[in-house]
Design a protein. Structure first.
Length: 336
């Protein structure tokens, strides 16, 4: 659903869901939300320069113990990472953090773009100036059903309700955007003057030139990444929450939080010994592992920097997001 269509339906769908309909607010909603976003100004690009040079990509490991079958994995472990090799990569910039709701919101508004499905449920696009048009009973109904506010809404004044709702919305700002398809991610990066990272670039940013097993080193440490331990229970956490999990280049959340789309179609590496290949140009590569793991499992294998997963390009999940990259020759990124 594109933004304008979302706005035309938001009061009917969301406010009706709260047992109260607000009338006559459709077109003013579009103008208000747009003006609020545009007033925010330009944001820091927050990119990291990855230097040119070789790094160790892939692995030669084999699943001798048959753990893939044990955990019900739909593809053999390690096979699509073969062969391990040294790969040269030109210098490039990559986002220090996964793209956030706040950044993606600006894109949705300015481009009249498709609204991610999670936002239709959590009221993220309903700015305070829009909500101020609703009556107090509607706000009280929405406080719990839409924004998940624990306080008893009947004991809150109108201003207190708006404050609580605004704070609930702001908590979503720095969460990585999720529920986006590969095309959504591609379009955002193009709009921002960037592109999706290639699979090789993503892995170098995660592993460094020495080919670390995980972004932080070679030893598994579940305290260095988000694998579903959000204090508030949503699964995802604000980007950059795990400082001790960043890569040698200072790139955050390359393991855990949300899985990340990259540019490439999934297939065997050159010289691969894969026993079977996936149909050409059917799946896109996904990297990094999300907070939900794979299936019901969140184990170290899925967060290794060489690990490859694949999804149909139109897939969209609550633990699937992305970050952008760009050529070093296209200009500098801004450090945080």
């Amino acid at each position: 659903m594109r933004l304008l269509d979302y706005q035309r339906n938001v009061f009917r769908n969301t406010f009706d869901g709260a047992r109260r309909c607000v009338q006559g607010l459709v077109f003013s909603t579009v103008a208000i939300v747009s003006s609020v976003s545009l007033a925010a100004g330009q944001e820091d690009d927050g990119m990291v320069l990855i230097p040119a040079g070789e790094f160790t990509m892939g692995s030669n490991k084999r699943d001798e113990a048959g753990r893939a079958r044990e955990f019900g994995s739909r593809k053999p472990w390690f096979e699509d990472e073969h062969p391990q090799r040294r790969v040269y990569v030109d210098a490039f910039w990559i986002d220090r953090y996964e793209v956030t709701n706040r950044r993606y919101r600006r894109f949705v508004i300015e481009a009249n773009y498709w609204v991610p499905a999670p936002w239709r449920e959590n009221g993220y696009l309903l700015d305070r100036r829009v909500l101020a048009m609703a009556d107090t009973d509607t706000l009280r109904s929405m406080a719990g059903t839409v924004f998940g506010i624990d306080k008893n809404p009947d004991k809150l004044s109108r201003d207190q309700l708006l404050d609580e709702i605004s704070q609930a919305r702001q908590r979503l700002d720095n969460l990585p955007v999720s529920g986006v398809t590969w095309q959504n991610a591609y379009d955002y990066c193009a709009w921002a003057g960037k592109r999706l990272p290639t699979e090789v670039e993503w892995e170098k940013a995660a592993r460094g030139k020495q080919g670390r097993e995980f972004p932080w080193g070679d030893d598994w440490d579940p305290t260095r990444l988000n694998i579903g331990r959000s204090e508030r229970g949503e699964g995802v956490v604000p980007v950059g929450s795990y400082r001790n999990g960043r890569s040698v280049y200072g790139v955050y959340d390359l393991a855990g939080n949300v899985m990340e789309w990259v540019d490439d179609w999934y297939g065997p590496y050159p010289g691969s010994d894969m026993s079977a290949t996936v149909a050409a140009k059917r799946y896109k590569v996904v990297r990094g592992g999300g907070w939900g793991g794979v299936g019901h499992y969140a184990i170290s294998h899925f967060y290794r920097s060489a690990y490859r997963f694949y999804l149909k390009p139109d897939s969209a999940f609550v633990d699937l997001g992305f970050r952008c990259a760009k050529d070093a020759s296209s200009g500098s990124g801004t450090s945080d």
